[in-house]
Design a protein around this ligand. Structure first.
Ligand SMILES: [Zn+2]
Length: 357
């Protein structure tokens, strides 16, 4: 049994995880100046706006905020963390019924005496009818109310709602930095964290949960071996990686992102031509994938190109001869289309095909 004095000295009190939201981390929090009555936090997935909204909600309800941030320790903070604060209103849908229930709650005074905070995430999913029903309350809310809307798709927000909110834009941190944060916090490998982000559409909460699943680490190991194969294996091995990835279904797209990142990691600052070659392989793959090309062929072509880039320009004639004709022709067609180099038929790519110089 632990005695009180024998507990580790560094354990901080439990705080909501959202207190580390990326967007607000290094700046004066946007809500700590004069509090507006409605905010719209907008950015691409993973930019930190969803977490910042939760952090703002906690800070606005906290009984003893410190430098504008929630203390994490008071009764209000504990209720927010447990999801039981009576004045934190989180709608249970995006339709007109959810708006009606919310407006009924907003007509009552705050139970804890201070503010009522409405946390409406993914507000782009509001139906037009629901958004219209909200407009009047957002424009002239009760004096104790603060609206916090978030969205990953700012253009999808009804302009009349948007114009009634103070828009707070969030820019994404590079994925590699977010993966480092995630790896530090979860104790997983950087590659596993990067894969979790790619597999979960860059949504940090989903990526965190996915990292806890055993399948994630196993897939990260497969991707590590696949990258090593694309660097050092033979052409048949590279094509086999492509066929294996085709079994991953929709998740193959994220796997390809991981492979290119991992190949570039191994090459940092050494061979700019290779970095460019892999980047172009990724761009060609994305184009084929989005155009609903044959998925297995797109993956085989991508893997073969990555492998060919790793072999270097000088090896290209041999590299070209080592692949099935349909793979070579698909790869070269894709590349020519990408550079806008004219009609591909009869065009034999020059020495610079792989590396763009
Ligand atoms: Zn507090």
């Amino acid at each position: 049994m632990f005695e009180r004095d024998g507990q580790p000295p560094n354990q901080a009190p439990a705080r909501p995880d959202s207190s580390r939201g990326a967007g607000a981390r290094n700046h004066t929090p946007f809500w700590s100046r004069r509090v507006a009555h409605a905010y719209l936090l907008a950015g691409p997935p993973g930019a930190g706006h969803q977490e910042a909204a939760q952090e703002a909600a906690a800070a606005l309800l906290c009984l003893a905020p410190q430098s504008g941030r929630a203390c994490g320790d008071c009764a209000a903070c504990r209720q927010v963390a447990a999801g039981t604060h009576p004045d934190l209103l989180v709608p249970d849908g995006h339709g007109i019924d959810a708006v009606r229930r919310l407006l009924a709650l907003l007509s009552l005074r705050p139970r804890a005496g201070g503010r009522k905070v409405v946390l409406w995430q993914d507000a782009d999913r509001l139906t037009v009818q629901a958004a219209n029903a909200l407009l009047k309350s957002v424009e002239e809310p009760p004096p104790f109310a603060v609206f916090l809307f978030t969205t990953d798709h700012l253009p999808a927000i009804l302009p009349t709602l948007r114009s009634r909110c103070q828009v707070v834009p969030f820019r994404p941190q590079p994925r590699e930095e977010r993966a480092k944060d995630l790896a530090d916090r979860s104790g997983s490998s950087l590659l596993a964290a990067y894969w979790a982000l790619c597999a979960c559409g860059d949504r940090p909460d989903a990526a965190r949960s996915y990292l806890d699943e055993p399948g994630c680490a196993a897939e990260a190991e497969v991707l590590e071996r696949a990258a090593a194969t694309l660097e050092r294996g033979g052409p048949a091995d590279a094509l086999a990686v492509g066929r294996a990835l085709a079994e991953w279904g929709d998740r193959a797209e994220g796997a390809v992102e991981v492979l290119v990142w991992r190949l570039r990691q191994g090459e940092k600052g050494q061979a700019p031509g290779r970095l460019l070659g892999w980047t172009r392989a990724l761009a060609a793959f994305r184009r084929a994938w989005q155009a609903n090309a044959n998925r297995q062929l797109a993956l085989e072509v991508f893997c073969w190109r990555c492998w060919a880039v790793a072999q270097g320009n000088a090896a290209y004639p041999a590299v070209r001869a080592a692949a099935p004709a349909h793979v070579v022709s698909a790869a070269e067609r894709g590349d020519l289309a990408m550079t806008g180099a004219g009609h591909p038929s009869g065009v034999v790519p020059g020495r610079g095909w792989l590396q763009g110089r």
